[in-house]
Each structure stands twice: as C-alpha cells, then as structure tokens.
Design a protein around this ligand. Structure first.
Ligand code: ADP
Length: 191
C-alpha cells in the first residue's frame, strides 16, 4: 500500500499534480474539497452543511470531514494506495487518519509538501477564479482568509509528519511538468 499526503496551501497545485501521481502509481485520488463540491452540487445533507463553511473560506468541522474521509477509504477496498489531497488539514485530522490507518495495519508513507510563496498563490487563485466558478476563489478577502486558516490550522500537520520523519518538501514553483518530475522523483525514492 502506498499512502501519500499531497500537501500545500490553497493554490499550490495539489489537484493538478494529484492527477499525474494517480496515473503514474495507480492510486486512488481522494480530494475532500472535490467530494464536498460534488455534494454541494447534488444538494445532499453533507453538501448543505459544508457549503456554509466553505463559502466563507473556513474549514468544515473535523467530525464531519473525518467521517467522510473514512467512508471514502472504505469504499475503495481494492485500492493500491491513496493520494490524500486536502486532508488532513488540522492536527486532529492527522491523528484521526494515523489511527484509522494503523487499525488497518497501514500507514502514511510520506507527506509531500508543495512550497509556493504567498504572492504567487494569490495570483494563481485570482486567475483560477475566472474559470473555476468557485465562490471561495472569487473574493480576495475570502482568499486571504483561506491562506490565514492554512497558516494557523493546517501548517501544524507538517510538523506532525516531520516528527515521524515523513515530511518531504517540494519546490512548487516552475512549470507543471517540472513539478510533476520533482514529485515522481520523491515518490520513487520512498516507494
Ligand atoms: P484549496 O486547497 O484550493 O483551498 P480545496 O478544494 O482543497 O481547496 O478545499 C476547499 C474548501 O473545502 C476548504 O476551504 C474547506 O472549506 C473545505 N475543506 C476541504 N478539505 C477539508 C478538510 N480536510 N477539513 C476541513 N475543511 C475542508
């Protein structure tokens, strides 16, 4: 089993790169953001709950997110491994993921952290807003809020995996294919 966390601030390129990793290593890509947006589109109970937080650039509460993640992992019993994209986003989610996997005799192999400076993130999100139709991309104040939430609540997840010797930093600036290559090189070293 090859379980990888693809980590980084909003706009770091996780979704784009996760697709390449998924294909290269035959993994299941699990994006909590995509799952929430799918539920919002289909107006499910989960979607209605999540939307209220997402539109403001806040995190969806841990309880809801952890339960969702566990049910998605269980839906894929034949997976050769997962790319976790957008999860874990809090220290509590990281603890929950570790114990959930541990109970199944599995573990996170590495956290690949895409490093991108803040100015570049803001530019990318403003650019994405033109086509994404995402309410949380459209407003600079909400983008700022998401970056702040990332610094306060999500960055500690990095330290959590660093303590376990599983943090790998990846330069997230450059062409899409350059960054893909950096990620593949990192995965090939740990696989
Ligand atoms: P990005 O990383 O580009 O901001 P995502 O698509 O990963 O976007 O997430 C969009 C929104 O979905 C987040 O701002 C948050 O409200 C919600 N969300 C996604 N994943 C989580 C999570 N693990 N915990 C809490 N909220 C989440």
């Amino acid at each position: 089993m090859l379980h990888i966390i693809l980590f980084g601030p909003p706009g770091a390129g996780k979704g784009t790169q996760a697709e390449f990793l998924q294909r290269e290593y035959d993994l299941v890509h699990l994006s909590t953001g995509d799952i929430f947006r799918y539920n919002i589109k289909n107006n499910t109970e989960l979607g209605v709950k999540a939307k209220a937080f997402m539109d403001q650039g806040k995190l969806v509460p841990d309880e809801l997110t952890i339960a969702l993640l566990e049910s998605e992992v269980k839906k894929n019993p034949a997976a050769r491994g997962f790319i976790f994209d957008g999860f874990p986003r809090t220290a509590a989610q990281a603890e929950a993921l570790d114990s959930f996997l541990h109970a199944r005799g599995q573990e996170i192999k590495a956290l690949l952290s895409l490093e991108v400076p803040e100015d570049e993130l803001k530019q990318r999100l403003a650019e994405r807003a033109k086509t994404s139709g995402r309410a949380d991309d459209a407003d600079p104040a909400i983008i700022q809020n998401r970056i702040q939430v990332y610094r306060n609540e999500t960055e500690p997840v990095k330290a959590h995996y660093q303590d376990k010797g599983k943090l790998i930093g990846i330069d997230g600036v450059g062409s899409i294919s350059d960054i893909t290559k950096r990620l593949f090189d990192a995965v090939n070293r740990i696989k």
